[in-house]
Structures are given as C-alpha cells and as structure tokens.
Design a protein around this ligand. Sequence first.
Ligand SMILES: [Zn+2]
Length: 153
Amino acid sequence: MTDLENVRELGIDIDATYSWSVGASMERFVRGLADRRLLGARCPKCSRVLVPPRKVCERCFVETDEWVEVGPGGTVVSFTVGEVELDGKAGGFKDLDVPVVTGLIKPDGADTAFVHVIGEADPREVACSMRVEAVWADEAGGALSDLRYFKPL
Ligand SMILES: [Zn+2]
C-alpha cells in the first residue's frame, strides 16, 4: 500500500496551450501597438487617462468613453533589476548573463503607469523620474511584444 501522507512533491511535465481573451479595450490597445501608437482611455468623470485602457474607471465605476494617444515618451516611476532567473528546477535560480531592468512606466499624457522592460540601459544608471521612449518591433505582429521595451532618452 502507498503511503500518501509523505507525498510533498511530484515531478510532472505539463504541456499546456491556452488563449487569453483580452477584451475590447485591450484589443484596441494591441491594435494600436501594431501601428506604433500607445492608446489610453479617458474617464468621463475624473478625466484620468488609463493606460493600458480599461473599459471602466476603477475609481469612478463609469465606462471610459474617449480614446487618447499617449507617449511615445514616458517617465520611469519605479524599477527593479533582475539578475537571476528560474533554472527550471523546483525553487532553483541561475544568474542571468545580462541583468534585466523592469520598470513601471508612465507614458506622457497618461495618468497611470504599466510594467515593461527598460532596454538599452545600464542598470546602474536607471533611476526614478528618468525619461524614456518606446522602442517598437521591426515588424508588427499584433501582440504586446510589438512594444519591445522603453529606452532612456
Ligand atoms: Zn474616473
């Protein structure tokens, strides 16, 4: 008989394909990225421009009703430097060859910020309030990756 009380870890490979329904607002946002445009949605009550756009302003609970182009410049609100990645084993890490800088970027004209990679940057020189601009993929694929990263100005 198997002792089930001592089962703490199972090694299982899972091959899962999935799709994610982004909704109407994110679909328009992604289509904007394909055209090298950052789009936000303005709230009719508080006038904030939400990026990425949301169908409903989370503060006012009213539907957004106006599309606004923002950026491509922006400001680093906060950031972190990643120097390790998962090694594919349970709980293990390995050093990255090149650190990855991830920032919270507030595009010009927006009242919110979103997380994206900061590229072409020396991690030691990235700072809050640093000015950055969008770097686009050479060929648009209709995906979030059409906005490759933000680089320092
Ligand atoms: Zn609002």
